[in-house]
Design a protein around this ligand. Structure first.
Ligand SMILES: [Zn+2]
Length: 392
């Protein structure tokens, strides 16, 4: 069973992480650094997060972790780099101010291949606000992070890979507050009045497993299988993989640069990132959108859906989709939670209110095995395509 791979090696698909982790270009190279004669801790790279640090002794450095603003969801992201002056054991102490430790530490020398720090090297104490990590350094710098670093550059590399296909077009649909591009990739059906499926991702930067699911799901839909080709003949496919590039770059826990939770801005559309998504949605013919999926992560695998029997389809897409996937994936543990809250301006609420179609938040567990994330997302993509083709 996939889930028994406890301390798995996590390898982001080669296509999405050819690039090494980038140094941040702001000229503060020595600002966010603590150094002893044994090792150095810094946060001067993309997706890093460390508010400040302090040396306790030559082999121990404390790292203070703070969110970009408060109040905020309990998604206490961290990412730092340890650079050895001497090989040997060191201790990193994570100190949290707002919310206790959540993400199990992941380690990587190259930013591509990651491994989980074994549980017996992590002491989260009772409260979880002070966590010690015991780490053995060799002679290489080591990233220590709440999840694998899935940077903007990795998103871009992956997106361009699809964008280079002859049947995929790529467009910048807007820009973040700091001017980073919001990119869309899409395919256009061959029929005259196609239906549309839309995927969005990375509204919440730490939710890496959701992003990994979005990658595999998309790879399947834009892949070479006969099913995918038939599907793309009939359906337009629109994908906005990375809606919060500023948050990703700065290692935010949740928000954009204005302190806004983007997945609470669908309806108000006060932010350039959500406005870019709305501009795409406004171009979709009012009766053509068939399905909307928004990829996230939480503490378990769960699909947030419309209430049972109320997804706007007569045949019950959501129930059928999840049932077929469950049959194919008997070992994949996931829940369905149905609700519709008109006062919660999420993408799910907005799309359902406007189009009356299944609008589903596809959530992966923080620690769901990465092979399982990828393999199950492909099955969910296949079942989605199969069902929607049957409805043609
Ligand atoms: Zn989320």
């Amino acid at each position: 069973m996939l889930r028994t791979l406890l301390f798995m090696v996590l390898t982001l698909s080669a296509a999405c992480t050819q690039a090494p982790i980038q140094e941040t270009s702001i000229g503060i190279a020595e600002e966010n650094v603590c150094q002893t004669e044994v090792f150095k801790v810094d946060a001067n790279f993309s997706a890093a997060n460390m508010a400040s640090c302090a040396v306790t002794d030559p082999r121990t450095i404390e790292v203070l972790l703070k969110p970009e603003d408060i109040p905020i969801n309990p998604s206490p992201w961290y990412a730092v780099r340890l650079t050895p002056m001497q090989a040997g054991p060191v201790r990193l102490v994570l100190i949290y101010e707002e919310h206790p430790h959540r993400y199990k530490p992941k380690l990587s020398f190259d930013g591509v291949t990651w491994s989980a720090l074994p549980g017996d090297r992590v002491d989260a104490k009772a409260s979880g606000y002070r966590v010690t990590l015991d780490i053995d350094l060799d002679d290489r710098p080591l990233f220590v992070s709440g999840q694998e670093l899935f940077t903007n550059e990795a998103h871009e590399t992956w997106t361009k890979g699809h964008g280079a296909k002859p049947f995929v077009s790529m467009a910048q649909i807007g820009a973040s507050i700091e001017g980073r591009p919001i990119t869309m990739i899409r395919t256009d059906a061959r029929v005259d009045t196609p239906k549309t499926v839309m995927l969005v991702g990375r509204q919440h930067p730490p939710e890496v497993t959701g992003a990994l699911a979005m990658v595999s799901f998309t790879d399947e839909v834009l892949g070479d299988s006969e099913l995918a080709q038939q599907f793309r003949d009939k359906y337009d496919v629109i994908i906005i993989p990375n809606l919060n590039p500023d948050g990703v770059e700065h290692g935010h826990w949740r928000h954009n640069m204005a302190g806004i939770d983007l997945n609470r801005d669908w309806g108000p559309f006060t932010q350039p990132e959500t406005q870019s998504a709305k501009s795409v949605i406004d171009e979709i013919e009012s009766n053509s959108l068939a399905l909307f999926l928004d990829f996230h992560s939480t503490r378990r695998n769960v699909f947030y859906t419309q209430p049972i029997g109320a997804d706007g389809t007569e045949y019950g897409f959501t129930a059928e989709w999840l049932a077929r996937a469950r049959k194919k994936l008997p070992d994949y543990v996931f829940d369905r939670q149905g609700s519709h809250n008109v006062d919660l301006p999420t993408s799910k609420t907005y799309i359902y209110e406007r189009f009356g179609i299944p609008a589903i938040t596809y959530e992966l567990g923080d620690e769901t095995d990465r092979t399982e994330v990828a393999e199950t997302a492909r099955i969910f993509a296949q079942e989605m395509m199969q069902i929607l083709l049957e409805q043609e």
